[in-house]
Design a protein around this ligand. Structure first.
Ligand code: AMP
Length: 476
């Protein structure tokens, strides 16, 4: 099966070829022809299956004919998180590069002014999170009467996040004569009810869940007593004791990606962070360095790591147990490829029991318990702190809600609060790194350490204070 067989136009085929795709994924092969025919579809597929192109490609094809009117978007894509919304927007830009379609993004963190200007001019595609969309609709900034295509992506995740009432509210606001595509990795009752009530005889397209972890991946669960700080120590011990050639360390939260990355680097590991806040150019450069072996440990969130096609990774470390069992499969699937042996370690605290059980249900067995040999570490020198790090440190400390400590009052949005880890009781005790960005090179590097492993620490100057230097005012 080729993309030509799916009935896509030459402009779209050219964009797909430029994206580097040679053949459609199973979900694309099934979904695209039905969507091009104007049918409703229910796609049972998770991230990583290529489902985004499965709906964006036919949307571009359909929307190529016709024009957008002011404040009346012609199609709507609902995403549960702003990261996913931004990712879909990126996909749209790639696949739609040969079309003159306009797009607006209604998500937190993106200026309303700019998006409203776009909406005022008229957009072909509106990509939004449900709350933001309702907010803008209620302010009278958007009219939904011209929506011809609706995509509800990751419906089961919408349910987990409590967004289904908002999604239903939006569906009621849309014209009944429209095309609807809904994607969900699983079909909980609430999602099924939505499809029964708001879709017209949807065609079900399904790809087998990637529930079987590669047999070449040796999986281990490391039970950590404590919280964030203890997990970081366990991670360092693991990396130091394993023969790590290259690895991804997965964190559930973007904020933790930054902190774990800084912590690893401060302890001399050759690490770099990859998260959605980084400019695309920085992300690309980091990936290139990782591919070239200049960086051996990538610290990443699921969203940032999605689509990373790096073969032959020796290790995957789950700094956090993923909250969605299918994410576990995706994460560990980054090692043990092409028949090679891979290692996947998952750090878990007692608060993660529920998620571990979900994963074990999905993979149909227990993850073997692993040990981590505690490594002795030299005492950390106090290091200067940059403004960014002070803020991050405060953020982590504020989120950790220490019992006895006073906390500077912070105003946080409800969505942020939702994502904070309630089980976390530890404060951030480590001094953060002095330099953000480049890895500090050890001053003396007699033997080249294995790439994933700790590099020798920079020697502290034996002399403190001003040394031989006598300032002029003292000589006076
Ligand atoms: P998704 O499931 O939509 O998040 O896509 C997962 C990854 O697969 C993304 O990085 C896409 O760029 C990539 N992808 C999508 N379609 C194809 C294809 N036909 N061939 C190769 N890669 C693809």
């Amino acid at each position: 099966m080729t993309f030509e067989d799916l009935g896509l136009s030459p402009d779209l085929l050219a964009a797909v070829t430029e994206a580097g795709y040679t053949e459609p994924t199973p979900i694309q092969a099934q979904a695209i022809p039905h969507l091009l025919m104007g049918r409703d579809i229910l796609g049972i597929a998770q991230t990583g299956t290529g489902k985004t192109a499965g709906f964006t490609l036919p949307m571009i094809e359909i929307l190529a004919a016709g024009r957008a009117r002011a404040r009346m978007p012609r199609s709507l894509i609902l995403e549960p998180t702003r990261e996913l919304a931004a990712q879909v927007a990126e996909n749209f830009a790639v696949y739609g590069k040969n079309h003159k379609l306009s797009m607006a993004l209604l998500i937190g963190g993106v200026s309303f002014v700019e998006q409203n200007e776009k909406l005022d001019r008229g957009v072909d595609v509106l990509i939004a999170t449900p709350g933001r969309l309702i907010d803008q609709f209620e302010r009278g900034r958007i009219l939904l009467a011209d929506i011809k295509i609706l995509v509800v992506d990751e419906a089961d995740r919408m349910l987990d996040m409590g967004f289904i009432p908002d999604v239903e509210k939006i569906m009621k606001l849309l014209p009944p004569l429209r095309q609807t595509a809904m994607f969900s990795a699983t079909m909980p009752g609430e999602v099924k009810r939505l499809t029964d009530s708001y879709m017209m005889n949807p065609r079900k397209v399904e790809v087998a869940p990637a529930a079987s972890a590669a047999e070449t991946v040796i999986q281990r669960l490391i039970n950590v007593r404590g919280g964030f700080t203890e997990k970081r120590k366990a991670l360092r011990d693991l990396i130091a004791s394993e023969n790590v050639r290259n690895a991804i360390v997965f964190c559930n939260r973007k904020r933790d990606v930054k902190v774990v990355d800084q912590s690893l680097r401060r302890h001399g590991f050759n690490a770099q962070a990859l998260h959605g806040d980084l400019p695309q150019a920085v992300r690309m450069a980091t990936l290139e360095k990782f591919r070239a072996g200049e960086i051996s440990i990538l610290v990443a969130s699921d969203v940032a790591a999605r689509g990373l096609d790096i073969d032959d990774m020796s290790h995957v470390f789950n700094f956090d147990v993923p909250m969605h069992a299918d994410d576990y499969i995706h994460r560990i699937g980054r090692t043990g490829r092409a028949g090679r042996e891979g290692h996947a370690f998952t750090l878990a605290t007692s608060a993660d029991d529920k998620y571990v059980q979900q994963i074990e249900r999905l993979i149909g067995g227990k993850i073997g318990a692993g040990n981590v040999a505690t490594q002795s570490e030299p005492a950390e020198p106090a290091e200067p702190v940059s403004a960014v790090e002070v803020e991050e440190k405060a953020e982590v400390a504020a989120d950790a809600k220490p019992s006895g400590e006073k906390k500077a009052p912070r105003r946080r949005s409800s969505s942020r609060r939702k994502s904070s880890d309630k089980s976390e009781t530890k404060t951030e005790t480590e001094a953060p790194v002095a330099v953000v960005g480049e890895v500090k090179k050890p001053a003396v590097e007699k033997t080249r350490p294995r790439s994933g492993q700790r590099q020798p620490k920079q020697k502290e100057p034996s002399e403190l204070g001003m040394g031989d230097h006598v300032p002029a005012f003292l000589q006076r």
